[in-house]
Design a protein around this ligand. Structure first.
Ligand code: LLP
Length: 447
């Protein structure tokens, strides 16, 4: 498409200003200058509104933010302040949540292969419950209980309900052929309920299922909810969690169910299955994706006659692996001219050493695009920074929250020192501790 970027893909407070597009009252061009690029920018008001909408739709205490979508201390704190529980899926995510001051009883501990240390850390933090994923994990909890003598652990059992949905094969989780959870069809789920009920090491609090992610059809989420609700009714457990999975629009014109739609469908499905209790959900992407965008600086533009144009920016698959991993599709626009027509077709690429380092395969961009322009890709607030890497030793970007005309740095940019932090020094490694840019500058001045 060659029209201006759709406002449906922008954060809620996005607004035109004298310097082009502003988010949270701050011009994106100013953020690019002030904090450098690549930069993740989050609209704090948008994040808070999404949290509130989710709580309004499902009810207080019934929404756990799936922190894997985007987690740092500031985000954990924000979700907690807005009344959400936190779903953490590793000891590391637990650590960040606790560091943010989130009380243990507001945290649920997930993970298909938690080790002893992670389970113990969860128990010591007093997590609301451990979502147990396998018979081996039940063994582990019993062994730890026998060794440490703590109170019985509140446990929810993750079930593979035989319903899988989602935007890509890699993110469909709820089928029978899945590494996650106890199979419903195989009888493992019923056996796990029996086992947990008869264990002195745990208290069975409920069952859980998550069918997949980036699901745009609420009926599929309802199918999953119906399957797990039926099982919850049959087994007489007290609690029911139906996971996350609500999709977002990455491209214009994609229809996305609201939280209210999702809640209505899921509740009706659960009721239809005979469930009269509460239903807990775990949204991740639908809270953070559209609230965030990434700013890059254009470094090179290459026209290949009769083939295509490449636009190279200063990030790439290390800050957004989704196009390479899932064929994720994104838009691009210039913050200085967000409403400009975009007749130029170009492949937006990063600075990594491979041809698969593509951010937008066929981006529509303004004709006057030039080197040193600031460029934005919207809807990168979920599974972008969270999945960032140091490939090619690129330092990971900074993250800023903007609100009411103020920008605050919530995650600083990595430095070259950070890139060396884990390397164990060997003999004669002294020179290596100087930043490369400094070494280069010295060479230039001494020449
Ligand atoms: N609950 C559980 C148990 C999950 O495994 C997940 C996501 C969620 C909740 C949150 O799902 P959401 O609301 O965000 O769809 N990296 C992939 C997505 C992987 C999702 C993994 N589990 C991507 O970039 O598309």
């Amino acid at each position: 498409m060659s029209d201006a970027v759709s406002t449906d893909l922008l954060p809620l407070t996005a607004k035109d200003g004298p310097e082009g597009l502003a988010v949270g009252g701050v011009a994106l061009t100013e953020l690019g200058r002030r904090f450098g690029t690549p930069l993740f920018v989050y609209d704090e008001e948008h994040l808070r509104r999404r949290c509130r909408e989710a709580v309004a739709a499902f009810g207080p205490g019934l929404v756990a933010y799936a922190s894997k979508a985007f987690l740092c201390t500031a985000m954990a704190r924000l979700a907690h302040e807005e009344g959400l529980l936190l779903d953490v899926a590793s000891g590391g995510e637990l650590r960040v949540a606790l560091n943010a001051g989130v009380p243990g009883d507001r945290i649920v501990l997930h993970g298909n292969n938690k080790d002893d240390g992670e389970i113990l850390a969860g128990i010591r933090a007093g997590v609301r419950h451990v979502v147990a994923d396998s018979f081996d994990e039940l063994d582990r909890i019993e062994r730890l209980h026998a060794a440490h003598g703590f109170a019985p652990v509140p446990v929810v059992l993750r079930v593979a309900p035989g319903v899988a949905a989602g935007g890509h094969e890699a993110i469909r989780t709820g089928g029978t052929d899945s590494k996650f959870g106890f199979g419903l069809a195989t009888g493992d789920a019923a056996a796990a309920v029996h086992r947990a009920r008869n264990s002195r090491a745990m208290v069975l609090e409920g069952v859980h299922a998550h069918v997949g992610s980036q699901v745009l059809d609420a009926a599929r989420l309802a199918d999953g909810a119906a399957a797990i609700a039926r099982f919850a009714v049959d087994t007489g457990v007290a609690g029911l969690t139906v996971g996350g999975g609500l999709g977002v629009a990455y491209e214009p014109g994609q229809h996305v169910p609201s939280f209210a739609d999702w809640a209505g469908r899921v509740r009706a499905a659960a009721r239809g299955a005979g469930w009269s209790g509460e239903v807990v959900v775990e949204p991740g992407r639908s809270i953070t994706a559209r609230a965030g965008l990434t700013l890059y600086r254009v470094g090179t533009i290459k026209h290949i006659d009769g083939v295509r144009t490449y636009v190279g920016v200063d990030g790439g698959m290390s800050d957004n692996i989704r196009p390479a991993l899932y064929g994720g599709r994104y838009e691009a626009f210039l913050p200085r001219a967000p409403h400009a027509a975009r007749p130029l077709r170009a492949r937006l690429v990063g600075k990594h050493c491979e041809s698969g380092d593509v951010l937008v395969d066929d981006a529509a961009l303004p004709a006057d695009l030039r080197v040193s322009d600031l460029l934005a890709t919207p809807v990168t607030g979920a599974y972008g920074y969270a999945m960032a890497s140091n490939y090619n030793k690129l330092p990971r970007p900074a993250v800023v929250f903007v609100r009411d005309g103020e920008a605050r740095l919530v995650v600083r940019r990595e430095t070259e020192e950070d890139l060396l932090r884990l390397d164990v020094p060997g003999p004669g490694d002294d020179a290596g501790s100087r930043p490369v840019t400094q070494v280069a500058a010295r060479r230039l001045t001494s020449a």
